[in-house]
Design a protein around this ligand. Structure first.
Ligand SMILES: C[S@@+](CC[C@H](N)C(=O)[O-])C[C@H]1O[C@@H](n2cnc3c(N)ncnc32)[C@H](O)[C@@H]1O
Length: 410
């Protein structure tokens, strides 16, 4: 086995390098206008017209363009409350990714899409993927989609009252989630969205609907149903109807759509079925075996998953109070299978640089993981920082303090 070099870089060290560099000083004055009147967005687009080496060289000569644009752009990302979301860690992840040389990137556990959005904003050709359809829908809307917005004609079609709107959602979820007005709106929108002209318009409108539903639901999870008044801490998100949320979110998602000048892609597929292809860098953020509780995404977000495809080909378990759908198997959730799953994962992507997000409360632990990674990568660096995950709302929030790692293997 090849010689392995392991290095640990603390958050302070990596942040210090980032904060003091000239790039950072330029980035902090995030002016929208480049000399000569070009906006940063335009400059990024122009930059990505050049290919290969020339592009890398240009980026290194005018690094502030990519850097400040990405840090600006991530503020427009419409975050959904997603278990394990890296949204709040994006500036840190950005700092680490900036130190690596890559043009093409893959995020095969994309979840909310936050990190794929960052890599797209960094001007890299980006592929996002997740085995859940609603995650992939978010990706199609904001990663793959470079240009399509929900414009006047699209909004008009969304506002239509169809003659024979289906009532599946109302029939299935009455008394379970939301009120009648919300459920009827969801049935109507589900129908109208399917009538939109282009796949990207459909994905964008569905992403808007998904975020509206997540905001309207107490704690953003669908494990709780019926009378949820005990979770009501007076927050606006719980007071607005899904319809009101929807039209507010249209503007937010329209603003979040941007082009980085590349042909980015989104897939909905199990990570081991993805062709490893020839991406320069793979960002890996799989679920990890939890010390307590469980990490099932379908259990928490089954309603959003069903909504994203109108429950087509999904079997609902009517014996459950919340109308569950079958869980998706992933080896990363099981203590007995996790070590083998990580070995397979690293081998699968052995020809790319690997950046793995991990945390101190996962199993296997950091030492075991770096040993596994050392079987396929020579040079391993570990970046660390403290982080607190919040889950729940003001009156019922669960906080978990962890050490967060970025493990880089090249
Ligand atoms: C920790 S989350 C990723 C969070 C994401 N980085 C973000 O910032 O929102 C893990 C994701 O992996 C997905 N996933 C789990 N097992 C998978 C598998 N075998 N193939 C593809 N996706 C999988 C889950 O659906 C979930 O969205």
């Amino acid at each position: 086995m090849s010689k392995t070099c392991k290095a640990t870089v603390s958050a302070e060290e990596s942040q210090a390098t980032l904060d003091q560099g000239p790039l950072c000083q330029q980035a902090q004055g995030i002016g929208k206008q480049e000399p000569g009147g070009t906006t940063l967005k335009e400059a990024m687009n122009q930059l990505s017209l050049y290919s290969g080496t020339l592009r890398t060289e240009l980026r290194s000569r005018i690094p502030s363009i990519g850097r400040s644009f990405a840090l600006d752009q991530i503020h427009l990302f419409p975050e959904i409350r997603y278990m394990g979301s890296k949204r709040r860690l994006l500036p840190w992840i950005h700092g680490v990714l900036e130190s690596l040389d890559f043009e093409t990137a893959l995020d095969p556990f994309s979840g909310s899409g936050a990190v794929a959005y960052l890599m797209k904003a960094m001007g890299r050709q980006t592929v996002s993927s997740d085995f859940l359809n609603f995650s992939a829908t978010l990706g199609k809307a904001l990663i793959e989609n470079n240009t399509v917005h929900l414009d006047g004609p699209a909004i008009q079609s969304l506002l239509r009252t169809p003659r024979h709107a289906p009532s599946f959602i109302e029939d299935t979820f009455k008394g379970v989630f939301y009120n009648l007005e919300d459920l009827r709106f969801l049935d109507r929108m589900s129908w109208n969205i399917r009538q939109l002209e282009t796949p990207h318009q459909r994905a964008l409108a569905m992403a808007v609907l998904i975020r509206s539903c997540a905001k309207r639901q107490a704690r953003g999870v669908f494990t709780i149903s019926g009378n949820l008044s005990r979770y009501d801490d007076g927050r606006r998100d719980l007071r607005l109807s899904i319809k009101e949320h929807f039209f507010e979110q249209v503007r937010i998602f329209n603003e979040a759509v941007f082009s980085n000048g590349h042909h980015n892609r989104t897939e909905c597929i199990d990570v081991f079925k993805l062709s490893p292809s020839d991406v320069d860098l793979v960002y890996l953020d799989p679920p990890y075996v939890p010390r307590h509780d469980d990490n099932c995404y379908v259990k928490r977000y089954h309603f959003l998953e069903g909504l994203s495809c109108y429950w087509q080909d999904l079997t609902i378990d009517y014996s459950t109070k919340v109308r569950k759908i079958p869980k998706r198997f992933t080896p990363f959730s099981y203590r007995r299978q996790a070590v083998d799953a990580f070995s397979r994962l690293f081998r699968h992507f052995q020809s790319s640089k690997i950046v793995l997000s991990y945390s101190s409360n996962g199993y296997p632990d950091l030492d075991q993981l770096t040993d596994i990674l050392a079987k396929t990568k020579r040079n391993i660096q570990v970046f660390k920082r403290d982080h607190t995950y919040h889950f729940g709302n003001h009156c019922n929030v669960k906080r978990t303090a962890v050490e967060e790692y970025l493990i880089v293997g090249q």
